[in-house]
Design a binder for this molecule. Structure first.
Ligand code: ZN
Ligand code: ZN
Length: 165
């Protein structure tokens, strides 16, 4: 999904409307294996203002990640905004926020993937009170109970536990 910006780059004041769907098979981020329930939708424009290209896109995607506690699949929706500034030439004042283009093309898909990953919540939970997996036997404590001893025992009970040894 490559955008040809050769006309835009040579016409100050011009703009391109963008309304596209980007399909991703799978994205890996932070140990999460993310699949998509719908194409990612990108809507907005790129404007040439004084020779710099300002891109603002409103995006949304439906995706499936894993619960941070019990690893069950979690279906979510994410709305996020992409704001980028591009320049065809190196700027006199170095500015990390400006992406220097080395061609007349912008890879929208790559930019969308990065922005999506940045916008992802740090944790997705299947439910607020997910009990997670037992750290010892790995059973799913939402569905099963086990009799493993875990170290994160209430300190008041820990004293009793030592006493009973
Ligand atoms: Zn869970
Ligand atoms: Zn267990």
């Amino acid at each position: 999904m490559v955008l040809d910006i050769s006309k835009l780059i040579n016409n100050e004041g011009s703009s391109i409307q963008i309304s596209r769907d980007a399909s991703f098979d799978r994205v890996e981020f932070n140990g999460q294996n993310i699949s998509f329930t719908s194409p990612m939708h990108l809507e907005g424009d790129i404007k040439n203002i004084d020779g710099l290209l300002y891109m603002v896109l409103s995006c949304n995607a439906g995706y499936v990640s894993q619960c941070s506690r019990c690893l069950a699949p979690v279906e979510s929706k994410l709305d996020f905004t992409i704001k980028e500034v591009f320049s065809k030439t190196e700027l006199e004042n170095e500015n990390d926020d400006v992406i220097i283009l080395n061609s007349n093309e912008i890879d929208l898909k790559e930019i969308a993937e990065q922005a999506f990953c940045c916008a992802l919540p740090i944790t997705d939970l299947c439910s607020e009170d997910c009990k997670g997996l037992c750290p010892v036997c790995g059973c799913n404590l939402n569905h099963e109970t086990c009799s493993c001893e875990t170290d994160d025992i209430d300190p008041r009970l820990a004293a009793l536990k030592d006493f009973l040894k």
